[in-house]
Design a protein around this ligand. Structure first.
Ligand code: ATP
Ligand code: MG
Length: 395
């Protein structure tokens, strides 16, 4: 039996003159996500048809398609010839697991090939009867069936399926510019990068490490997070910044026990400064962080004000108004939660002040930072940044 995937374009369908550009990028991204398979992809009327001649990899291919932004819904369908005997057999065979598990069904028939000898009501009646005979436990429910058996008789073939399933949505990655996301090992930042990628932005990641305070395991954890994002983003360019010298210098610059509680805030300002320089150097239009109002002491309204005036490129904070439970739900859905939950240290936690300032003032943060000339250290950090390309498993 032959199977095909039908990928529906969502928001792209609403685009005007540049719709073609969006569609071409989506086609390219679909091919990229299936690049290790022999695959046939074509488009007709806002639907992209994907078929693997070797069907052994269909489950893996389908899973990859669920991660391609720009596809709003997916449908797995059996493909057969336009012969009612074949249609009946194929429907019962292809959907047998679902029909066995369900209590009710109905048949929905669409016949765009008017030369087909049966009309839609006839297809529904005949096939409905055949299914009732083959699965004696099941009943017809036209109002609220558990399964809708769709039969679409089109020009070329007949498609048999149980309807569309919501897919990744959003816009194709590569249609909305470039952004550099600050990726820590936490739960939030991978979700933030994923959300911005969903809007068609090609995202890269920058991570700050502080060896020997932070371990190789902690670094590898963040690389693993980038690898988990890669199927959605078409790979992740990964910038690794050595932050130890700056953190130590900052610790020594602030008064002995950081009584003012500004360490984390100034550290965040320095991270943003370095990130923005990397962004400008390599042509990114914006930064992304996983900040969220009130989540921790460094994300109170006052703290956010202290970090808001560092950059002159936009800093996107897509999680800003979300609850932790909503963020966790997304992290689970995109499969980063488990990795994020590994208990390795982050450079942020290394010198955390005992009493972080919850109502810090931007002018004080700036003044404390200016007690030391960080410029040479910032330059060194930017120059020595390591860059690697993190690919999805399949590349
Ligand atoms: P996350 O779960 O994303 O780590 P968090 O709740 O732990 O967030 P913070 O540690 O306060 O929050 O970090 C706020 C944001 O700063 C992160 O979401 C991330 O964008 C950025 N960030 C923090 N630490 C690092 C790091 N070591 N490297 C890169 N970015 C970082
Ligand atoms: Mg963190």
């Amino acid at each position: 039996m032959k199977e095909i995937f039908l990928a529906k374009e969502g928001e792209i369908a609403l685009k005007g003159l540049n719709k073609k550009t969006f569609e071409n990028v989506l086609m390219k991204n679909i091919r990229y996500s299936l690049s290790d398979f022999d695959v046939k992809v074509h488009r007709a009327q806002s639907v992209i048809y994907v078929r693997l001649p070797d069907e052994r990899h269909n489950d893996a291919a389908y899973d990859r398609l669920t991660k391609v932004f720009g596809i709003s819904a997916l449908c797995r369908a059996a493909l057969c010839e336009k012969d009612f005997e074949v249609i009946k057999k194929t429907a019962v065979e292809y959907l047998s697991d679902k029909l066995l598990a369900a209590k009710t069904f109905k048949v929905i028939a669409k016949r765009s090939d008017k030369k087909f000898p049966m009309d839609s009501p006839e297809i529904c009646n005949e096939l409905g009867g055949f299914i009732l005979e083959a699965f004696p436990h099941i009943k017809v429910d036209v109002k609220n069936p558990e399964i809708a058996v769709n039969i679409e008789v089109r020009e070329e073939h007949t498609y048999i399926h149980t309807g569309n399933v919501p897919a990744a949505g959003g816009l194709p990655v590569g249609t909305s510019g470039y952004a550099l996301g600050l990726l820590s090992g936490g739960i939030d930042s991978p979700v933030a990068l994923h959300m911005i990628a969903k809007r068609g932005v090609k995202v890269a990641a920058v991570h700050f490490e502080a060896p020997p305070y932070t371990s190789e395991r902690a670094k590898n954890k963040v690389i693993e997070l980038a690898r988990r994002l890669a199927p959605y983003t078409g790979g992740v360019r990964f910038y690794l910044v050595a932050f130890t010298d700056i953190q130590e210098r900052l610790r020594d610059t602030l008064n002995e026990h950081d009584e003012d509680g500004y360490f984390t805030i100034i550290m965040r300002r320095l991270m943003l400064e370095i990130s923005q320089r990397l962004a400008k150097k390599d042509g990114f239009d914006a930064l992304i962080t996983g900040e969220c109002i009130g989540q921790v002491a460094s994300q109170t309204m006052g703290a956010l004000r202290c970090t808001d005036n560092v950059c002159d490129i936009p800093v996107f904070r897509p999680l800003i108004g979300m609850d932790k439970s909503e963020i966790v739900e997304r992290a689970v859905a995109i499969d980063t939660f488990e990795t994020s939950s590994l208990p390795y240290e982050d450079c942020c936690t290394v010198f955390t002040p005992k009493h972080p300032k919850t109502h810090p003032k931007p002018e004080i943060a700036k003044a404390l930072q200016e007690n030391f000339d960080f410029e040479p250290l910032i330059n060194t950090a930017v120059t020595n940044t390591q860059i690697m390309q993190i690919k999805a498993d399949f590349c």
